[in-house]
Design a protein around this ligand. Structure first.
Ligand SMILES: C[S@@+](CC[C@H](N)C(=O)[O-])C[C@H]1O[C@@H](n2cnc3c(N)ncnc32)[C@H](O)[C@@H]1O
Length: 393
């Protein structure tokens, strides 16, 4: 990949000579050149800025030096190809991992580092219309930096590390934060214990399936806690807030489950239903062994669902305790919670399964509409039916 950076502070880009990016440059995997915008000025003071038309504070970068700098960058093309021009700016599209991945596929990128109040708008138009460049204005985040150099350092690092050959072990890129919309799981290294703190036992077990499940659960929990906005927008009802349950949710969840399963007990004529007799301590403990989601409307808990991986080969996601408060039913929340449960299945899951009362006709109808089929044969729990759905690949 070829990268050109134009700046009035070329020394600011010196860190691009260090670490993995520096090594990729030395190895010829990255061909990176930094240009001084002032080399394209023609006055004694090497002026790159002037006052804004229309008045206002600050200075604006002049069009002419930029046009000449872009001509000089383009003149280096030996194949007739053109760079994708990236202009960092707080008013641009947010820079994301998905964008970094797209840009890492480009053979040639040119970055234009703005300073002062920014660059004369006609430079963007000239680059598009006369030079025929694809131009993207990209923001590092919703805050204002003094110049584009810091943004370019961050973008080049995020993009270049995805270019084949820059990072030795490509597998290390796969499970990173943001690669599949979730944050990374917690990391530990030797020694164990350190300073009286132990490493989670599962990581020492050698059981790769259990480790993968634990890590997936940690990713979900961490994402729900730190960045709930990244989780799938599953609940169509915008008034409903869905999050992973915490121990503080247990008393309310206990009450919700009781209320919902009284209805099930009535429909099936049995009181001895696991959800109705489960002690609160068992419910609390289940937060560690399952992913339990709770849905709130106007602060009130109105629904829940939980999942855990099961089966000898660990390829079935069991969806349990799907419930919606009796007065909140028939508004699509149950279906949304079911979709949420399915959408959080880790890699390797090939089917979803669940159990409901044989006489719970509303539930069975909901599950069938969602693609579940009744499993043939005797159910494990008398008076219930088991339903299964193949995961779409
Ligand atoms: C002081 S800023 C100009 C801010 C501009 N007047 C505005 O309000 O949008 C100067 C330069 O810093 C860079 N910059 C500032 N914040 C940035 C951000 N969040 N992402 C990317 N680049 C940024 C851009 O190159 C910008 O031209």
């Amino acid at each position: 990949m070829r990268i050109d950076v134009v700046s009035i502070f070329p020394d600011y880009l010196a860190p691009l000579d260090l670490s993995l990016i520096g090594k990729a440059r030395a190895d010829g995997v990255l061909d990176l050149a930094v240009h001084d915008l002032r080399d394209f000025t023609h006055d004694r003071h090497r002026t790159v800025d002037d006052t804004p038309y229309g008045g206002g504070a600050g200075m604006v970068m002049k069009a002419q030096p930029w046009a000449e700098a872009l001509d000089a960058v383009l003149a280096q093309s030996d194949s007739g190809g053109k760079p994708h021009l990236v202009v960092p700016g707080p008013g641009g599209m947010p820079f994301t991992q998905a964008m970094a991945r797209r840009l890492s596929d480009e053979p040639w990128l040119a970055f234009a580092c703005g300073r002062y109040e920014g660059i004369d708008e006609r430079v963007y138009e000239h680059a598009r219309d006369e030079l025929g460049l694809e131009v993207s204005v990209i923001s590092l985040g919703d805050y204002v930096l003094n110049g584009g150099e810091v943004a370019v350092l961050a973008m080049v690092e995020a993009i270049a590390r995805l270019v084949p050959g820059v990072i030795g072990n490509a597998a290390s890129l796969v499970e990173e934060s943001h690669e599949d919309g979730l944050l990374e799981y917690p990391l530990y290294t030797k020694p164990d214990p350190w300073n009286g703190r132990a490493v989670p036992e599962v990581l020492l077990s050698g059981n790769h399936a259990a480790i993968a499940t634990w890590r997936h659960e940690q990713r979900l929990a961490r994402t729900a806690f730190r960045r709930p906005d990244l989780l799938p927008p599953t609940v169509a009802d915008v008034d409903v807030d869905v999050r992973l349950a915490t121990p503080g949710d247990v008393p309310e969840l206990f009450t919700l489950v009781r209320a919902c399963w009284v209805q099930e007990a009535q429909a099936n004529g049995i009181l001895d239903v696991p959800a109705l007799v489960e002690p609160i301590e068992a419910l609390r403990a289940s937060l560690d062994s399952t992913q339990t989601w709770v849905a709130r409307r106007a602060g009130r808990m109105v629904g829940s669902v939980r999942t855990h991986v099961r089966g000898d080969s660990g390829d079935d996601l069991f969806v349990g305790r799907l419930c919606v408060a009796p007065d909140q039913q028939r508004r699509g929340l149950g279906r949304s919670l079911l979709e949420l449960a399915e959408s959080t299945a880790p890699d390797g899951i090939r089917s979803y399964s669940l159990i409901t009362g044989a006489q719970s006709h509303d539930n069975i109808r909901l599950y069938k509409r969602a693609g579940y089929r009744l499993r043939r044969g005797e159910p494990e729990i008398p008076g219930t039916v088991e339903l299964v759905k193949r995961r779409q690949t």
